[in-house]
Ligand binder design. Structure first.
Ligand code: DGY
Length: 316
């Protein structure tokens, strides 16, 4: 088995119990391409992260490969066609990160709506003047309309939290899902109608050929000038230059973003020139407990496939 990054101990223990493990023994640095190509030459199992591009060249470099396990729910960095052509099984780590990621979506939503980071920075700069009636005013979230684009597990968890905030709930998926209406009381909308009606738009859709670039100037122009846009899914769903222009023009009113077109972004990124954004460095699933659960599940998935045991996490 080849592991592209040192994982928390419980996950490493599972892997070591089940065979020979070679690991790119770094915590913060992704494996260089050459090392990955060399490392997988003779293995049957690969455990990788979202920072590893697993494409046809990598698959071709691993003639014995039977299983790829990603420690993530998203797998847009993996060439599924190349895996399928070789009959290699792909697994991911859904469910265990759902609530943690939904929490972060709400953290960004509330922070952007109520200018939390701007307020912190104001105090830090020593620029906090006397209280006045319209000082640092933001937008309300309680009782407003929440629209979720891509209401899968994480999107539904975001909607569920909206009930506690007395919100009217809308969602957009490729197709309506009657269970979402029954269980959460959320109404289906076309993307355009959802954007026009929502006070808060939260994106939780996977990155596919269909969703890449689905938010651009046309979509932002449909949003309310008081609305908040949140993306905790994948950066390339959004045409970032269009978002920067839209935020500069004030529609949407503010944005909370955990993901970016090209990660990691640096301090010179145009988004950082705007006061109405709150940015986090792709930490949707980053709680201690959830990251340990994801690593453990990724290890269990890999072992299950290699030993011919059932696992519910095979990507169809
Ligand atoms: C995922 O799981 O897809 C996240 O982006 C990383 O936690």
């Amino acid at each position: 088995m080849f592991i592209t990054r040192r994982l928390p101990d419980p996950a490493m223990a599972i892997l070591h119990e089940h065979g020979t493990v070679t690991v790119w023994d770094q915590i913060e640095t992704p494996i260089p391409r050459e090392a990955l190509l060399r490392g997988i030459a003779d293995v049957e199992g690969l455990l990788c992260l979202i920072t590893d591009r697993i494409d046809a060249e990598v698959i071709a470099a691993a003639p014995r490969l039977r299983a790829v396990s990603i420690m993530a729910v998203g797998y847009d960095n993996i060439d599924r066609a190349a895996l399928a052509a070789r009959g290699i099984t792909l697994t991911n780590t859904p469910d265990v990160l759902t609530e943690t990621t939904a929490d972060l979506a709400w953290a960004l939503l509330l922070a952007a709506a109520r200018r939390v980071v701007e307020g912190h920075t104001l105090i830090e700069r020593g620029a906090w003047g006397p209280w006045h009636p319209m000082q640092m005013v933001g937008q309300d979230i309680y009782g407003r309309v929440l629209g979720v684009v891509g209401a899968g597990r994480i999107g539904q968890a975001v909607l569920r939290r909206g009930r506690g905030f007395g919100m009217r709930l809308l969602y957009h998926n490729r197709r309506p899902n009657p269970a979402i209406a029954t269980e959460l009381g959320a109404e289906y909308r076309s993307l355009n109608d959802l954007l026009a009606e929502s006070d808060a738009v939260v994106v939780t859709a996977p990155l596919t050929a269909e969703t890449r670039g689905m938010f651009g100037a046309t979509q932002f122009a449909l949003m309310k000038p008081t609305s908040i846009f949140v993306n905790v899914a994948r950066g390339p769903l959004v045409r970032e230059a269009d978002l920067v222009a839209a935020l500069r023009a004030g529609r949407p009113w503010a944005a909370g973003l955990d993901v970016f077109e090209h990660e990691p972004i640096g301090p010179d990124h145009p988004l950082l020139t705007l006061p109405n954004v709150v940015l986090t460095p792709h930490i949707g699933s980053a709680s201690v407990a959830t990251r340990v659960r994801m690593a453990t599940l990724a290890a269990e998935n890999l072992v299950a496939v290699l030993y011919g045991r059932p696992t519910p996490n095979v990507v169809a």
